[in-house]
Design a binder for this molecule. Structure first.
Ligand code: CUK
Ligand code: CUA
Length: 622
């Protein structure tokens, strides 16, 4: 039962138990898949060997810090891409470049992946993600499926809300989940309301340099910011995010952050904030351009919403945003047009921390309460603009019409879905066809692996009446995912030769070891099926250094052939990295242990892979 506690109060937890034991366990995944039209379901997800899936699924790895790539509809796991955590399979976090990028951290908590967009459609170029655990943001390129840049986001603690990009990837907004004093310096919790802030960062990505950058920050009130979404089309200059703990409780949030009947959605115009920054309406704080709403007025508004909302999602037409209740059983549909009108007419009901509050009745369009549906969290959309909301507590997906509020369909899932993801579901033109429920609890759906059970993803055919047609156990933890048409992604076959890269060695005769004081630089080659570190040496595959030397191994894979990847590990030195075809990678370390250490290729690359070895000899200093 522990798992339930963070989201449900004690009372609710009891209710959850009741709901699950009576309603959901009677209908296990297995019976669902096995009953009736088993064959047609299986055929729908079957992708014969040699054929490929129609879609890629990029699924969040949560506190594994990784991203998992699957094919849809087969749900076959294709690749794990390390983002915020070390990965010995690829050497990510071990080689120089990625180690520096990770900024000294070895793990992360990846929640919401987001594709780069052009005109509100996924463009297949980049994927962004944030780290709730260590407050970072990352950009992955989709030509190589590797991370290109990671930044630390100061003043923002746990950018859970993100990443959601604006229509042309101008910005991603990273609001904080945990309020902290600016600069994260020590301040007593008794001074919480005055000294703590919920800072939001506006982050840009330069596609030419492949660099993330913080454009400016906004010092919002010390609340928790939960989810956000960017506007589309007529609302493209705007973004929304949900808040909780507007009570500003500093302990026992389970109870104290659920006191007020209403929390807020923060509605802001990023074009206006951008203009304010350009006009110098900000303070320079901790090296950042910081907008203080109580001082620098404009661009930000509050919309009251039922207490402790979780998800907020903008409809594909950009006309509405939908907040989900978590503790309240309703989805609330708000109108952007009405909000703009209210802003224009200054139709305010008060303010908090200098931010005007729009009147609820002026912005709200309808509250939707599907019968017995409990715990709405997140909403996705299909090609007809219909909404699909995950019900965490009643373990189901409810399909409904945002324009009328009418419930159209519902399907049980196993169990407790957090998010769901629809094919191209966050774009201005979702595909329909597929929806995947990302379930927090799989219970007894699969072979037991001990007291902790896996999470699961369930593929739902939404082309007609909703039907769960496939169910897969998955790695932790499926928070959110993105589904993109496979033909939008164009990967490269090999890393192209880069004659400007001074660390690369492409010709065997150029392989050399250069000593500079106690720094040793190895310019080496990995090829089928040998290492060449020093072309002129008696044993070209041996590196010999003195104890205490600082060693740099710059290794180039000169097999310009798709899929010929080499690895490089030094026995007992806790080092391993990968060099993909054409790639140059560097390991930097101090040879502090004297002795004889075999080195070898860790990635099976040819029939003579076992012969791809050498020695790393470290002469003792005394
Ligand atoms: S959150 Cu709502 S269920 Cu991190 Cu998007 Cu996990
Ligand atoms: Cu190179 Cu195995």
């Amino acid at each position: 039962m522990k798992k339930w506690v963070p989201i449900a109060s004690g009372l609710l937890a009891g209710f959850v138990a009741a709901t699950i034991s009576f309603a959901d366990f009677s209908q296990s995944t297995n019976t669902q898949v096995a009953s009736g039209s088993t064959k047609s379901n299986a055929e729908k997800v079957y992708v014969p060997f040699g054929e490929k899936d129609d879609y890629y699924l990029f699924a969040s790895g949560g506190h594994s810090g990784q991203m998992f790539i699957y094919g849809v509809p087969s749900m076959r796991h294709i690749r794990t891409v390390p983002v915020f955590s070390q990965d010995s399979a690829t050497g990510y976090g071990f080689d120089e470049h990625s180690k520096k990028m990770m900024g000294g951290y070895t793990w992360g908590d990846l929640h919401h992946p987001a594709f780069s967009e052009t005109k509100g459609d996924y463009d297949g170029k980049y994927m962004f993600a944030t780290d709730v655990g260590n407050s970072r943001a990352a950009a992955m390129d989709l030509e190589t499926f590797t991370v290109k840049d990671i930044i630390n986001v100061p003043n923002t603690s746990g950018p859970h809300c993100a990443a959601f990009v604006t229509e042309n990837t101008e910005y991603m907004f990273l609001p904080t989940r945990f309020a902290v004093p600016i600069g994260s310096e020590y301040k007593s919790l008794d001074e919480y309301s005055d000294q703590y802030r919920g800072v939001m960062s506006a982050v840009t990505f330069d596609q030419n340099k492949e660099k993330l950058n913080i454009a400016y920050q906004v010092a919002l009130p010390p609340w928790s910011y939960d989810l956000s979404d960017a506007g589309k089309k007529s609302s493209a200059d705007w973004a929304v995010m949900t808040t909780y703990n507007t009570e500003e409780a500093t302990t026992n949030l389970e109870i104290n952050a659920s006191q007020a009947d209403r929390d807020y959605i923060v509605l802001f115009n990023w074009k206006e904030l951008e203009k304010m920054v350009a006009e110098g309406q900000y303070d320079e704080v901790t090296g950042q351009k910081m907008i203080f709403p109580e001082k620098h007025k404009g661009g930000i508004y509050l919309v009251p919403v039922a207490k402790s909302p979780h998800g907020v999602d903008v409809t594909p037409d950009g006309k509405h945003f939908i907040a989900s209740g978590k503790l309240a059983p309703s989805m609330t549909v708000f109108s952007f047009e009405k909000a703009f009108e209210a802003v224009k007419n200054q139709d305010f009901s008060g303010e908090r921390n200098g931010i005007p509050i729009l009147k609820y009745e002026s912005v709200m369009e309808r509250e939707v309460n599907p019968e017995n549906a409990l715990g709405p969290l997140h909403t996705q959309f299909d090609d007809k603009g219909m909404a699909y909301t995950t019900m965490f507590i009643s373990s189901e997906i409810v399909k409904w019409d945002p324009k009328t509020g009418e419930t159209l369909d519902r399907v049980p899932v196993q169990y407790s879905p957090g998010h769901s993801v629809a094919a191209e579901g966050d774009t201005v033109s979702p595909d329909g066809k597929w929806l995947i429920a990302l379930n927090k609890i799989a219970k007894d759906s699969y072979l037991s692996v001990g007291p902790s059970h896996p999470e699961s993803m369930q593929l739902i055919d939404i082309s007609g009446k909703m039907k769960v047609i496939q169910s897969s156990p998955v790695n932790p933890e499926p928070h959110y995912a993105q589904i993109i048409k496979a033909d939008k992604i164009k990967t490269i076959e090999v890393y192209p030769k880069d004659e400007n890269n001074k660390l690369a060695t492409y010709k065997q005769e150029d392989a050399k070891i250069v000593r500079n004081g106690n720094e040793v630089h190895v310019y080496g080659i990995a090829m089928r099926s040998k290492f060449i570190f020093d072309a002129k040496a008696k044993r070209p595959d041996v590196i010999e250094v003195n104890q205490g030397d600082k060693v740099f191994i710059h290794l180039t894979n000169t097999d310009f052939d798709e899929d010929i990847t080499h690895g490089f590990a030094i026995n007992s030195y806790n080092l391993n990295m990968e060099v993909q075809p054409g790639q140059t990678n560097t390991l930097e370390f101090t040879a502090d242990k004297a002795g004889t250490f075999p080195l070898y290729c860790t990635n099976f690359c040819s029939a003579l892979h076992q012969e791809m070895t050498g020695y790393f000899l470290v002469k003792p200093t005394k």
